[in-house]
Design a protein around this ligand. Structure first.
Ligand code: 4AD
Ligand code: MG
Length: 432
């Protein structure tokens, strides 16, 4: 007999098959038992009719606890009443692993309790749907960049540089030398872009953020392309095409997950239309000041209410361009006509999800970069290799970083970034 996965039910209607899974929930009366089954691929119903199975099978069905693992034998049928569309008419149940007093019941639980049980919470329908979205974004990312001639370069995770500022570093001892967990692979990717033209990385990055917000993780995945001979305008076009491509991929391949999450698909569709609006930092400050944000001054970083207001003004992802130099990392190219701003853009997601991309054109020129490194109090010796790039055929280049978890949170319409990571690392949380 064929062992199938629930997700493939549509190809087996009328066949008797086996499914290995777990009991997510159960309802039973004297004559019939409804088993809510999950096998990791999807969730559907198993129907056990007392009159149609041996007595011990019905007794087993009635005795099943939540999260007992089973191998079910039965016939796949269409089930027009359920959203999933299929069910299994159960003829046999083999119990594989018992389960007693499963802590996560269908009733409501507090966030701390759920976070303490993240290893089990992952089994729930909502978490399952969010991880499907995450997986699709990863898949779509590789498709997008691989089909455009980018090659994946993996920067180191243990580093001696701190390009995004020295305050949010996880320090570690590297055989007597101070090392850090990587905040960004960017500087290494710039070196790689000079070797391979168009490169990207996709991996974990770390920030010892003391902020306890719904957008901050201490460990998150970043997608970082870097492109030689690309000015910033072209980079912005690639960014918007990439984001639109991810949204479209979820609409195409995650219909069921989006339904489970109750996400408005018509709204998502509007995010597949490019170009995205662009507003300068200067105009964003004015917009905020004219709309009651009296506390905002030119030169300030935007907080989340500010970003939300700006994004709501457009109902689309929006680029904020040309930020003050004073609040930007050392490696960004100064604006050719103004010395107070740099060629940088952040992409702000709509609906209050905040910044999902930070990107810039990179500064070139040995003397300029050396001066910036010194100004930032960074150790010149640690950046000698980076400065070398300026000595051997430096070219205009641009790149950006997209935060995976923030993008998952936005596309899945989830409240908090912690649910976008299977085992999130947050301020004061490293368990489980
Ligand atoms: O804006 P950031 O700091 O940019 C960089 O690190 C650049 N070096 C990237 C590059 O140009 N190659 O971070 C990029 C993105 C942010 O827009 C956000 O989506 C995400 O990374 N991010 C975080 N996500 C979750 N938790 C945090 N603490 C994050 N910090 C940044
Ligand atoms: Mg940023």
């Amino acid at each position: 007999m064929e062992r199938i996965r629930i997700i493939d039910s549509k190809n087996h209607v009328g066949e008797t098959v086996q499914i290995g899974g777990w009991i997510a929930n159960k309802r039973s009366s004297g004559k019939i038992a409804f088993l809510q089954l999950r096998d990791g691929s999807a969730y559907f119903q198993g129907v056990v009719v007392k009159a149609e199975v041996p007595e011990e099978v019905f007794e087993t069905a009635k005795s099943l606890n939540q999260e007992t693992s089973v191998i079910i034998t039965g016939e796949i049928r269409e089930d027009t009443r359920s959203k999933f569309g299929y069910e299994i008419g159960v003829s046999n149940i083999e119990v594989i692993g018992e389960s007693h007093d499963y802590p996560i019941t269908p009733k409501e639980h507090g966030t701390d309790f759920l976070m303490d049980h993240r290893h089990l919470w992952l089994r729930s329908t909502k978490q399952h749907a969010i991880m499907q979205i995450r997986n699709e974004l990863i898949r779509a990312t590789y498709e997008f960049f691989n089909t455009r001639g980018f090659i994946k370069i993996d920067p180191p995770i243990l580093t001696s540089s701190a390009p995004e500022g020295t305050t949010e570093l996880f320090k570690t001892d590297y055989f007597g030398q101070e090392a850090y967990l990587s905040q960004t692979g960017q500087l290494y990717l710039e070196a790689a872009a000079m070797a391979f033209g168009k490169v990207f990385s996709f991996g974990p990055t770390f920030r010892a953020e003391k902020s306890k917000t719904r957008r901050h993780l201490t460990e998150f995945w970043m997608m970082e392309p870097e492109m030689a001979f690309v000015e910033h305008d072209e980079s912005l076009e690639i960014q918007e095409q990439y984001v639109a491509f991810m949204v479209q991929s979820c609409l195409d391949n995650c219909d069921y997950a989006l339904d489970v999450l109750g996400r408005d698909k018509e709204l998502l569709k509007t995010y597949t239309e490019t170009p995205y609006p662009r507003i300068s930092y200067d105009d964003a400050v004015t917009l905020l000041q004219e709309n009651g944000f009296d506390d905002v001054k030119w030169g300030d970083d935007f907080g989340s209410p500010h970003e939300t207001f700006i994004a709501n003004n457009f109902n689309k992802p929006v680029f904020i361009l040309n930020y003050p130099k004073s609040m930007s990392p050392f490696y960004m190219k100064p604006h050719p006509d103004r010395d107070d701003v740099v060629i940088r853009a952040d992409l702000i997601a709509p609906e209050g999800y905040g910044e999902i991309i930070g990107g810039s054109q990179r500064a070139v020129g040995y003397d300029y970069l050396l001066e910036q490194i010194e100004k930032d109090g960074l150790n010149e010796e640690d950046y000698a290799w980076y400065l070398d790039l300026q000595k051997y055929g430096s070219v205009p280049h641009s790149g950006f970083g997209l935060g995976l978890e923030r993008t998952v949170t936005w596309i899945s319409g989830t409240e908090h970034v912690r649910e976008a990571s299977p085992f999130p690392r947050l301020l004061h949380r490293i368990y489980p």
